[in-house]
Design a protein around this ligand. Structure first.
Ligand code: UDP
Length: 402
């Protein structure tokens, strides 16, 4: 039974949907919250997104899109690490409650993002008596199982377990992630809804490769392999660099790396050390963090995008590249295998990863993509944010009418 238009409280406390994409804690989740909320608002639902008031925030309330507001909660501290935020949940709750009373708002449900917001939602839903649906985005136990990068703290895993047990519904972006929820947390399959991530196909669309390269000052004579994303051990940039060493015999293949927190960040330094050690300095270019609006130019300039991650809950950059008509080589993570399926414009690298990535890179880097650009873009036809938002509203409705 359709309930009509919903009033949704969206919790995204550790990272603002307006944050700097590509930096350590701001990536796919921020894009997801922004785009999903925008579409929900466009479809007539009302959304209030709650986030932490940080040093550079506008606050206290920003009208983001039609029917969508962003509310900054001032907990008295503007710069805190992710885990430290957990100690301030009562502050968040107090601020939130004050806002709700001031505005006299009542929500139909809470959709929380990441375990920290999940913990806040858990408290609020008990007080407000409304359902709670959670998107974890990544799972601590899976990160620890994969075992690259620092171990995720026990407090995270314990709270994720509690949330899996307590919340009314879990949204997973891929069947693989649903499997992880069942395997690592004993989640009940019937409580998990699978809805993929989306892509803004108005923003991400193909442009002429030569023009794109000229705009970016990239050579027209080289094959360009692109990486886009945060710099985090889990992202597997080390494996991509290793693959580049295996392609040394091909002259004119360049790796362009987009994202990161600047040259002094520890992960940047680690990657630079590897590049030096493996003697591939001449074929790797760091472009730094790039605004979302300029990314279509990078995707269009590239012969292919590589997603070398050890773990990914979905991997939105893959969809963005395809929407720009650029082939994707990916490890078997997140939603990529199901998006690429058996398409000739994608390659899922399995087995010995650096070798398999090198094989995939070789096959696309040496072939011009131009004749196939529209067919590559067609792979994203079912992934518009409006389709995604409608599927998520179906999930919401099972809760509010249930
Ligand atoms: N991104 C960006 N600029 C950058 C690097 C990344 O706008 O310099 C965006 C990218 O376009 C994508 C998001 O950050 O929308 C990364 O999402 P993804 O799901 O690939 O990875 P996550 O950050 O969730 O691990």
């Amino acid at each position: 039974m359709k309930k009509g238009k919903l009033h949704i409280a969206m919790f995204c406390i550790h990272s603002s949907p307006l944050g700097e994409l590509g930096t350590k804690d701001t990536g796919g989740m921020s894009v997801y919250v922004r785009e999903l909320s925008r579409q929900l608002g466009h479809q007539g639902h009302r959304v209030d997104i709650f986030t932490h008031l940080q040093a550079d925030s506008d606050g206290p309330v920003v009208s983001l899109y039609e029917n969508v507001r962003l509310i900054y909660l001032d907990i008295g501290c503007r710069k805190l690490s992710k885990v430290a935020l957990h100690g301030y949940l009562s502050h968040f709750q107090r601020e939130l409650e004050a806002f709700r009373e001031r505005e006299n708002v009542h929500y139909d449900l809470i959709h929380s993002h990441y375990w920290l917001s999940g913990c806040l939602a858990d408290r609020c839903q008990q007080q407000w008596g409304i359902p709670h649906i959670i998107s974890f985005h990544t799972l601590g136990a899976v990160k620890n199982h994969v075992g690259t990068g620092p171990q995720e703290p026990d407090i995270r895993i314990a709270h994720e377990q509690q949330l899996v047990d307590n919340c009314q519904r879990i949204l997973a972006p891929s069947e693989r992630e649903k499997g992880y929820l069942i395997q690592h947390y004993g989640a009940l399959a019937e409580r998990i809804g699978v809805v993929p991530c989306g892509v803004d196909t108005d923003l991400f669309k193909p442009m002429d490769m030569a023009t794109a390269r000229e705009n970016l000052g990239l050579s027209s004579g080289e094959s360009i392999v692109l990486y886009v994303g945060r710099f985090e051990a889990m992202k597997g940039l080390d494996r991509l660099l290793r693959a580049m060493t295996l392609l040394r015999h091909h002259r004119g293949i360049r790796l362009v790396i987009v994202g990161g927190d600047g040259q002094q960040a520890p992960e940047s330094k680690r990657l630079k050390r590897l590049i030096k050690k493996w003697d591939i300095e001449e074929v790797v270019t760091f472009a730094g963090r790039v605004e979302h609006a300029l990314l279509p130019t990078y995707y269009s300039a590239a012969d292919l995008l590589v997603v070398p991650s050890y773990y990914e809950s979905f991997g939105m950059v893959g969809l963005e590249a395809l929407a720009c008509g650029t082939p994707v080589v990916s490890t078997p993570v997140g939603g990529m295998p199901s998006v690429l399926k058996d398409s000739p414009f994608g390659y899922v690298a399995t087995g010995k990863i650096p070798e398999a990535l090198a094989k995939g890179i070789e096959s696309f880097a040496l072939d011009p993509k131009d004749p196939a650009v529209d067919r590559i873009r067609d792979l994203t036809l079912n992934y518009s944010w409006s389709c995604v938002a409608s599927a998520i509203v179906d999930q919401y409705e099972t809760l509010v009418s249930g």
